[in-house]
Design a protein around this ligand. Structure first.
Ligand code: SF4
Ligand code: SF4
Length: 462
């Protein structure tokens, strides 16, 4: 079903004010959230654990904005990118910038993977940008500045295409989405003389821009790279685009090919998501952090650097071992490992996305008790102090009442992810073209990854 056939949807998405007005609004919101974090800082880790939820800006960014864009990407595709203020900043910078061609390093995808690794290992787990509001604000500011600088130097929207790890993650999760943006009638595109959706002269228009994500709508193969910016709809004289429904996970049954850098990115995220879920329950957190804690102790490392060591172990070494095991077994059994490891990365994606969705639900519900206090004390310092002193006890009745709903949702998401993974395993062209001998370790590795979440969620919640 093409949603653009509904007049109200076509009018909205085809409007010259869309998405620039929502983007401007989001830019203002981002500015307010940055302002809400500035000047609110602490070096006390226990205080930071409270402050992250009592500071309004920090609460919105990490407990609602980030979880919601993950959920939205899985259910709807890259709808966040549609209204993202960073895209606006980088595109506007591009209008006055040098418009240099992107270097090969950008195109390889490794810049995104390395940038993500730095954010995860240094930003989140060493500098705790997710807990200290001022650091969160500086992190957002840094993203906006990098978006502007990349826009000033390179052509088109190089920040979105080659630098932004948020968009990259959302693109991978959008493979699951039951919606897609494509050319409506490919024969119309073939007959089109002007190709307004791709021509260079339209690259820097404010509205009706040709695609600056290097896509030609008639040949879009999957949901990874399209930002749903709707510019091609406005550029196309025939309006020959569709935003249509499809089978969920549809891209996995087509010929999706991951690049090496994307596999590296998935290795990091797969480890991160394991941490995100297992750290919710004391028993599983204890098991997961036992090795990294002992390594940090043995090396005599404490404080923020211990966080860095833990992150390297949990997000690089642990998932690296899993990917390496599958790769080595494939090499021994069939003589080749590259295609198998790429397929393995593809197969863990539904579980990874499902687990990320569960984490988003857990986070949003568990933070409900903080809402009554964040408007009277938006900086959150006094509230955090009261919670630490024990003079304020949060009312956790709402998350308590939601516990069974959340547990059932988590179980349902995991079972859907498992079913989808098995179907993909049986039917996807990526798996089919592999040697039969490597399919056993591939399936074993995929199920092992799913079991980490399956065991945790079912033992913990039921
Ligand atoms: S790729 Fe990144 S910067 Fe670009 S629109 Fe998406 S989230 Fe925003
Ligand atoms: S294909 Fe269209 S909607 Fe997608 S990124 Fe390019 S211009 Fe935007």
């Amino acid at each position: 079903m093409n949603l653009l056939n509904a007049r109200c949807v076509r009018s909205l998405l085809g409007s010259r004010w869309f998405p620039i007005v929502p983007q401007l609004i989001m830019l203002v919101v981002f500015g307010l959230l940055i302002a809400g974090g500035i000047g609110v800082s602490t070096d006390n880790p226990d205080f930071a654990k409270q402050l992250r939820n009592t500071n309004l800006a920090n609460l919105i960014i990490w407990s609602y904005w980030w979880p919601l864009i993950i959920i939205a990407a899985i259910l709807l595709g890259r709808v966040w990118c549609m209204v993202c203020p960073m895209e606006l900043v980088t595109s506007l910078a591009g209008r006055i910038g040098l418009r240099q061609k992107a270097p090969q390093l950008f195109k390889s995808g490794w810049v995104i993977t390395i940038f993500y690794a730095v954010i995860l290992l240094v930003g989140v787990h060493t500098l705790t940008v997710h807990r200290v509001p001022e650091r969160m604000a500086l992190y957002l500011l840094m993203l906006l500045v990098v978006a502007a600088i990349v826009g000033l130097i390179f052509e088109k929207r190089a920040f979105c295409s080659y630098v932004c790890p948020v968009g990259h993650l959302l693109g991978l999760y959008a493979l699951v989405s039951p919606f897609e943006w494509r050319a409506d009638d490919v024969s119309v595109c073939k007959a089109c003389k002007t190709k307004d959706c791709v021509v260079k002269k339209n690259h820097y228009r404010i509205t009706g821009r040709s695609c600056t994500s290097n896509l030609y709508p008639a040949t879009i193969k999957d949901n990874r790279d399209c930002l749903l910016c709707t510019q091609c709809l406005k550029a196309c004289p025939s309006g020959n685009l569709r935003l249509s429904t499809r089978r969920p996970f549809a891209d996995f049954f087509a010929a999706v090919e991951l690049r090496a850098a994307q596999v590296g990115f998935i290795v990091l995220v797969s480890g991160f998501v394991v941490y995100e879920i297992l750290s919710e329950w004391k028993a599983s957190k204890h098991i997961l952090t036992w090795v990294p804690d002992h390594i940090a102790d043995a090396l005599g490392i404490a404080g923020p650097m211990a966080g860095f060591v833990s992150a390297v172990v949990m997000f690089v070494i642990f998932p690296g071992i899993l990917f390496l095991t599958v790769g080595v077994l494939a090499k021994v059994l069939s003589g080749g490992a590259g295609a198998v490891v790429k397929t393995f990365a593809l197969l863990v994606l539904p579980t990874m996305a499902g687990a990320h969705l569960i984490k988003a639900i857990l986070k949003m519900t568990s933070r409900i008790p903080y809402w009554p206090y964040v408007f009277s004390d938006p900086k959150g310092v006094a509230t955090a102090q009261k919670i630490l002193d024990g003079t304020l006890v949060l009312d956790k009745s709402v998350p308590g009442a939601l516990y069974p709903v959340v547990s059932c949702s988590a179980a349902a998401v995991l079972l859907i992810a498992l079913t989808a993974t098995l179907l993909i395993f049986c039917k996807s062209p990526a798996v089919r073209k592999l040697d039969a001998t490597v399919k056993v370790p591939l399936l074993f590795g995929t199920l092992a990854y799913w079991s980490i979440f399956g065991l945790t969620v079912f033992v913990w919640r039921f």
